[in-house]
Design a protein around this ligand. Structure first.
Ligand code: SF4
Length: 75
């Protein structure tokens, strides 16, 4: 199993987001310590930068990440 390179500083992985979902432990297993390339936060990190990942973006919000990236390209 592989780990996301963002683990040390990711606000989701480090429980620093408001309203952490009750499923966060399972999400960490699924995304952070597994299929991180499909994580919404990771998508923005790869395309833009760590600093541009919205603080309130959760790993399962891929559609929101796509929308966010699309809007970034247009601006
Ligand atoms: S997989 Fe997503 S939520 Fe998990 S550490 Fe990486 S960027 Fe953060």
């Amino acid at each position: 199993m592989s780990e996301c390179v963002c683990l040390p500083t990711c606000v989701f992985f480090n429980n620093q987001m408001d309203k952490m979902p009750s499923t966060s432990k399972a999400m960490k297993n699924t995304y952070c310590q597994g299929n991180y390339s499909s994580c919404a936060r990771h998508m923005v990190f790869i395309k833009l930068s760590k600093d541009e990942v919205p603080n309130d973006l959760f790993p399962h919000q891929q559609e929101r990440a796509k929308e966010f990236l699309k809007n970034q390209k247009q601006s």
